[in-house]
Design a protein around this ligand. Structure first.
Ligand SMILES: [Zn+2]
Length: 327
């Protein structure tokens, strides 16, 4: 009692290419923002120094006492308890990085670190498409597939903070090899690169498609965006590939439904922008495969926060930590 929420938090969203930082108020409004190139290959110390400078820039004239803390989202495997990046394939050379400690030392603020997909789930739940949901699952489908599971209004972290690795759920026990070592992970079947590989294989087998022309005559240049554009023009192969992806994603969602009985799925990331052809395949798969009682009343909606989900999630992490602390 007597406790009031901090007026502002600082947020950092580290990406393989860019790192964004912002000053965000407790209602999720971004008051100032800055963006720098991450340049992970220059080493952690160099990046942390430049990221800290960008944070000071957005911090501006807001007094220290109005800042509740610093939230950080990063790709890869994060030990959220200790604030350590264990391994991040998109951050070349970064392994066992004590990021919380380094940023705390540089900026003097209480700091929390989380996996970017987990934080996007928190953001959608607090500020976006999942407001008011108590049981929600967020899935982001782009170059990789990740997610976050909200149970009883809280992000599920698991024993070490790795819960919600939806991209590495096995969908096809004899499927293609995944970067993680397993075979048939959802990510090997329905991520942007997986869809591109499916398109390239079909084209190599002689199937006609406008995708070749859209990719400037170079099938190796086909991406998720190429497939989306071809599908919008009614291309049969593109629609077939998206439909198949929807079946795989839907099957993954059916597994999650039976485990967590969510009221809401929020789908984000580039692949989910493929819209109706993807969503109708997902809905059909759920209709065919999930227990009727568990799919009753469940909703599937697109993410609402776009590129700011990472920053807002980093802010939400601090807001949640403060609420927990103060009861
Ligand atoms: Zn995997």
């Amino acid at each position: 009692m007597g406790y009031s929420m901090p007026d502002y938090v600082l947020a950092i969203d580290i990406g393989g290419t860019r790192t964004r930082t912002a000053l965000i108020d407790s209602n999720g409004r971004i008051a100032a923002r800055a963006s720098i190139l991450t340049r992970p290959e220059r080493g952690v110390d160099d990046s942390v120094e430049r990221i800290s400078a960008a944070v000071r820039q957005v911090w501006g004239k807001v007094p220290r006492r109005l800042i509740g803390g610093l939230g950080v989202g990063t790709p890869g495997a994060v030990d959220a308890q200790r604030g350590v990046i264990l391994i991040a394939p998109n951050l070349t050379g970064w392994a066992d990085v004590p990021l919380r400690e380094q940023l705390q030392r540089a900026l003097g603020l209480p700091t929390e670190v989380g996996n970017d997909a987990n934080l996007a789930a928190l953001a959608e739940h607090r500020f976006g498409a999942g407001i008011g949901a108590r049981h929600m699952i967020y899935i982001t489908i782009s170059t990789g597939i990740g997610g976050g599971i909200i149970v009883d209004g809280r992000l599920l972290l698991g024993a070490q903070g790795f819960a919600g690795e939806i991209g590495h759920c096995t969908i096809d026990v004899d499927g293609p090899r995944c970067k993680c070592g397993n075979v048939g992970c959802l990510e090997t079947l329905a991520s942007g690169p997986a869809l591109a590989r499916a398109a390239q294989a079909a084209l190599a087998a002689g199937e006609p498609s406008v995708m070749v022309a859209l990719a400037g005559g170079r099938p190796e240049a086909i991406s998720g965006e190429t497939i989306a554009a071809a599908a919008r023009s009614g291309d049969r192969l593109a629609l077939q590939i998206i439909d198949q992806a929807g079946v795989y994603i839907g099957a993954g969602m059916v597994n999650l439904m039976h485990l967590f009985n969510p009221e809401l799925f929020v789908l984000g990331g580039g692949v989910s922008n493929m819209g109706e052809p993807l969503f109708s395949a997902i809905r059909r798969t759920i209709e065919e495969r999930a227990l009727a009682m568990i799919r009753h009343g469940m909703r599937i909606v697109p993410a609402a926060l776009g590129d700011d989900a990472g920053l807002l999630g980093a802010a939400a992490l601090i807001l949640q930590a403060r609420e927990d602390h103060h009861g």
